[in-house]
Design a protein around this ligand. Structure first.
Ligand code: ADE
Length: 249
């Protein structure tokens, strides 16, 4: 393969009970750019579509009792095999298959960078209710991922969050006006918080703009920005109340 060969779009499929919720992804600029540039091929696949059960059932009551419903292994495997037209083992061997769960490994910027570099074909399984029969985790998925230490009512918002975070890392997705290099978590800021930005008007209801930013001294501005970034990072690490105080003062 030579450097001039066109690259294949990165395939990301989301398996969900609510495929239409994912339409938001088609409208978000960085994601649309990545799709239009041929870097990304996103699909929302219906978990119910290939259900072998009556009324396209996909869930059932949990063994051992308890509240809520659990998504069935046979429905998930039928959906995977129906959509990919091959045994689920082959799909698992060829794709990253992510099951979303608050009990998974926490998704972060480092993971987003790695995924965007590897561009491994990916399938994201969105749970609802009490989540999936654990055999989905054991025999269908290749990894369990959470977007943070809180419980959502399903995986769709988590899937959209992760896809937004990875798509904007693809070369060209952001366009000229934005940059990955000076944003929160970037190496340029030692992985810390981004510095504050201001624009016109210079005075609004007596709320001013730091004078340094109009000084034209680029080196001084850069120094000020790094100081601000460090102070903001330290505030966030100190206590939630301290950060909240700093933004409301
Ligand atoms: N489903 C429910 N809560 C979740 C979380 N925090 N991350 C990923 N998927 C979830």
């Amino acid at each position: 393969m030579s450097a001039d060969d066109p690259i294949e779009p990165w395939s990301i499929d989301v398996l969900t009970l609510f495929p239409h919720w994912l339409q938001w992804l088609d409208e978000v600029r960085p994601i649309r750019n990545a799709t239009e540039l041929g870097l990304l091929a996103l699909r929302a696949l219906d978990l119910r579509e290939h259900s072998p059960l009556k009324h396209r059932q996909v869930d059932d009551t949990p063994y051992g009792g308890g509240a809520g419903m659990v998504l069935r292994i046979d429905a998930v495997v039928a959906a995977m095999e129906g959509h990919y037209a091959q045994p689920v083992e082959d799909t698992r061997a060829g794709r990253r298959v992510v099951v979303l769960t608050p009990a998974g490994r926490t998704f972060d910027d480092a993971m987003a960078i790695r995924w965007a570099q590897e561009r491994r074909p990916t399938t994201i399984l969105c749970g609802r209710y009490e989540g999936f029969d654990y055999r989905v985790h054991e025999h269908v998925a290749t990894e369990e991922v959470s977007i943070g230490p809180y419980v959502l009512s399903g995986g769709e918002v988590a899937a959209m969050t992760m896809i937004d975070a990875v798509a904007r890392k693809l070369p060209g997705a952001l366009g000229n006006e934005e940059s990955l290099s000076d944003e929160t978590f970037s190496d340029a800021l030692d992985g810390g918080a981004e510095y504050p930005h201001y624009t016109r008007p210079a005075d609004f209801r007596g709320w001013g703009v730091p004078e340094i930013l109009s000084s034209g001294h680029h080196a001084e501005i850069q120094k000020w920005r790094l100081e601000q970034s460090r102070a903001r990072t330290e505030r966030n690490a100190a206590s939630p109340e301290a950060s909240a105080d700093a933004t409301t003062s």
